[in-house]
Ligand binder design. Sequence first.
Ligand code: HEM
Length: 187
Amino acid sequence: MFTDTLKEKTMENHQQLEKLLVGRMKQIRIKQQYVDLLQLFYTYFEGLEQQIKPFINEFNFPDYSKRRKADLLETDINSLGATTNALAASEDLPGINNEFDAYGALYVIEGSTLGGKIISAMMAKHLNLADGKGVSFFTGYGDDTENMWQEFKQTLNRLAGENQDERVIEAANQTFSKFKLWVEKIG
Ligand code: HEM
């Protein structure tokens, strides 16, 4: 399956990003530090979503409107009493020039719902956040997260034609590595 190859070929970048983020999250003790983490995600993910939007539609991803969006990060930031920072500029984001680049980026965005479950549980515990306040983005699709992930992978496997596979993999790797650079730059 294409998504197995994609996972394998992006694993190193995922691990590096995960290590960096877990290191930061372990130090979070006060709400402002968590707001800073949310800003990191908001400024990158919202910028990324705007880049992929022209290439994602009801024909390639019929359930895209049901999928969680970066505006939940804004909700989370606001619910903790802050306002959003300026978005990452295009040079800090991966270059998205066709639908295959967009698929690679969307793979990273959707996959973050899996790690998000760990992040939301850890933050809720560290910070005593009441009633899911401030963790709506990282909560992903709740109990439906695994189902949504399986459906996403099925769609991606249908869409990624063999000769475009490399392009999707390259875009996914760039999306991971540029996010890591962004965390290092402003984090
Ligand atoms: C604290 C940070 C993170 C942790 C602990 C974490 C952990 C995980 C875990 C446990 C999985 C499931 C692996 C599996 O079921 O096979 C996963 C998958 C994934 N994560 Fe993360 N993650 C983190 C951050 C992120 C972020 C920030 C992104 C995106 C920007 C991301 C993208 C992905 C992707 C794309 C997958 C799917 C891999 C596949 O193809 O199966 N993760 N992550």
